[in-house]
Design a protein around this ligand. Structure first.
Ligand code: G
Ligand code: G
Ligand code: NA
Ligand code: MN
Length: 253
């Protein structure tokens, strides 16, 4: 039995769906975008979490194809929401291998063209570790994406030791404070300064800052008090299937 073999079949048969988790502006009481999170619907095992197959997809070189499927589903969905009269920006996770492909920008442009999604409704989440490799090329790729009107977020921020100097070179719209730092707000007082430092850093650089993995009122209060009013986490919404998103938004507004 081989999960790798199954994953190849999964790519050929497109056995993937996206769940969506809203990002909330707690000051405005609005949803600013939704993060697309992939799930594999395995014919025997049922729903498989990306934590259990993304690493395998990276090791086996299948990740660019899976990323391409995710991007396509996300663009189609955001286009459908737009046509339903509810424009909603969708944030898609991009893995290092996909981002570093020579024709990544063209792949994205093709997807926008094929689906008819305006670039302003697409956001790309790139992990901090990706950004620190090959800085000049990353900068070039980000600039091309930015000039198209696409937003770029740095995911899992705080785990990868980016220098301020590099960050300032890139057209980055927002920093996402890694869940591990957010979850230490209640328990480990010594790590809270990391959160406040990231918030201050984002403000200094003129970027938005969003906290991910927010689960408690205490975390929300702390974040708000320190100037971070964008949050994503179970306290507001869990990742949900596409057909629940509009209903949830209606209830929020
Ligand atoms: O949804 P969940 O918490 O199980 O996601 C686990 C991890 O998988 C997260 O780190 C998330 O960023 C990553 N992930 C989710 N969807 C995608 C995707 O479409 N592409 C890539 N590369 N990673 C994803
Ligand atoms: O690495 P990335 O940030 O893309 O991971 C997002 C993952 O975090 C998703 O799989 C999502 O299900 C999960 N997630 C989202 N909100 C919370 C939360 O409040 N608590 C925890 N533990 N996980 C969360
Ligand atoms: Na992400
Ligand atoms: Mn993250």
């Amino acid at each position: 039995y081989s999960l790798e073999k199954d994953l190849r079949v999964a790519v050929a048969n497109r056995e993937f769906v996206l769940y969506y988790q809203p990002k909330v502006d707690i000051q405005q009481g609005s949803i600013t975008s939704v993060e697309a999170l992939i799930r594999w619907i395995h014919p025997q095992r049922g729903m498989v979490s990306p934590a259990d197959f993304i690493p395998l997809a990276e090791d086996t070189g299948l990740i660019p194809q899976i990323g391409d499927i995710a991007l396509e589903i996300a663009c189609l969905q955001a286009k459908a929401w737009l046509e339903a009269g509810t424009p909603l920006r969708v944030a898609v996770n991009v893995s290092a291998l996909q981002f570093h492909q020579g024709d990544y920008v063209e792949q994205v442009v093709d997807k926008l063209r094929q689906t008819g999604l305006p670039p302003e409704l697409l956001e790309l989440e790139i992990t901090e570790s990706v950004v620190m490799k090959d800085v000049e090329r990353v900068k070039q790729t980000m600039q091309e994406l930015h000039q198209l009107g696409i937003s770029i977020s740095i995911d899992d921020f705080g785990t990868g030791y980016s220098s301020l100097q590099y960050l300032n070179l890139f057209p980055i719209q927002s920093l996402k404070i890694d869940r591990s730092f957010v979850q230490s707000i209640d328990s480990q007082a010594d790590r809270a300064p990391i959160v406040t430092t990231i918030i201050a850093m984002a403000q200094t650089l003129g970027m938005e800052v969003i906290a991910e993995g927010v689960e408690t009122e205490e975390q929300v209060d702390f974040l708000f008090k320190h100037g971070c009013n964008l949050v994503q986490g179970f306290i507001y919404f869990r990742p949900m299937p596409a057909d629940q998103v509009l209903e949830q938004i209606m209830n929020t507004q």
